[in-house]
Write a protein that binds this ligand. Structure first.
Ligand code: PRT
Ligand code: MG
Length: 211
């Protein structure tokens, strides 16, 4: 039995057609089902529905053999015990620094004072600002980062941007791109060593489907 982890959120709408294109169809609709383990048309493959940020954890510990995870989550949490053989080219967005429209970010940075940064991605933010030599206080949030600068919780945010609509709607502007983000196929390293005959063919099929 092969176990494949994916999340129901944003990546899902693009992941489902991709799964279909590699010959995997859930037996019931993941959108309407409340089941967390779904059978598929392939008797040897089941799907786990988990939180986006939990996908690498399931695969790292071998509770799932494979999964689909955003590069943002993988960079933030590390990829110990994982291989990332395929960039799936879905869930595309960018990791950026954003500030209130009226704020002069360059001046703020040049002044050398500590900057308060609200983000879900504290490791990515820490690395980014350390590389720029900017001193920051990191404030960990679990969502709605866009709110923080509006109510004085932080000076800037580090968050994902795709259309820019959310920033705009909240009077914020993107001032620095940290990285491009897309979803990756991830595979448990140990499972790949012990059961290459079952995992390799599916990895290759994914690579062909997106290549
Ligand atoms: O598991 P957890 O609850 O922590 O995460 P979640 O519920 O946010 O996960 P989910 O299922 O929504 O999927 C998140 C994953 O989708 C991320 O890890 C990315 O890899 C990918 N992704 C792609 C995005 C976006 N684009 C994106 N735009 N995740 C979030 N956003 C958010 C962003 O944080 C911001 O609030 O969308 C808003 C900006 O969108 P625009 O279009 O207004 O710019
Ligand atoms: Mg979300």
């Amino acid at each position: 039995m092969m176990t494949f982890a994916l999340s129901k959120g944003r990546i899902f709408d693009e992941a489902l057609p991709l799964l279909k294109s590699v010959g995997i169809t859930p037996l019931e609709s993941p959108e309407s089902s409340r089941k967390l383990i779904l059978g598929t048309n392939r008797p040897d493959l089941r799907l786990l529905i988990v939180r986006a940020s939990d996908v690498p954890t399931y695969v790292q510990y071998g509770a799932a053999d494979m999964g689909i995870a955003g590069a943002d989550v993988l960079t933030e949490q590390g990829n110990e015990g994982l291989v990332q053989p395929v960039d799936l080219g879905i869930g595309k967005c960018r990791m950026s620094v954003a500030v209130p429209e009226g704020l002069d970010y360059q001046t703020l940075v040049q002044r050398g004072a500590r900057i308060r940064v609200a983000t879900k991605y504290v490791n990515i933010a820490r690395t980014h600002f350390a590389a720029k030599g900017v001193h920051v206080d990191l404030i960990k949030l679990y969502g709605s980062m866009e709110l923080a600068p509006l109510v004085g919780l932080a000076d800037v945010i580090v968050d994902l941007v795709s259309t820019g609509g959310t920033l705009k709607a909240n009077g914020l502007k993107e001032v620095e791109k940290i990285s491009e983000v897309s979803a990756r196929l991830i595979v448990n390293q140990a499972a790949l060593k012990t059961r290459p005959e079952s995992l390799r063919p599916l990895m290759d099929t994914f690579a062909k489907a997106v290549g």
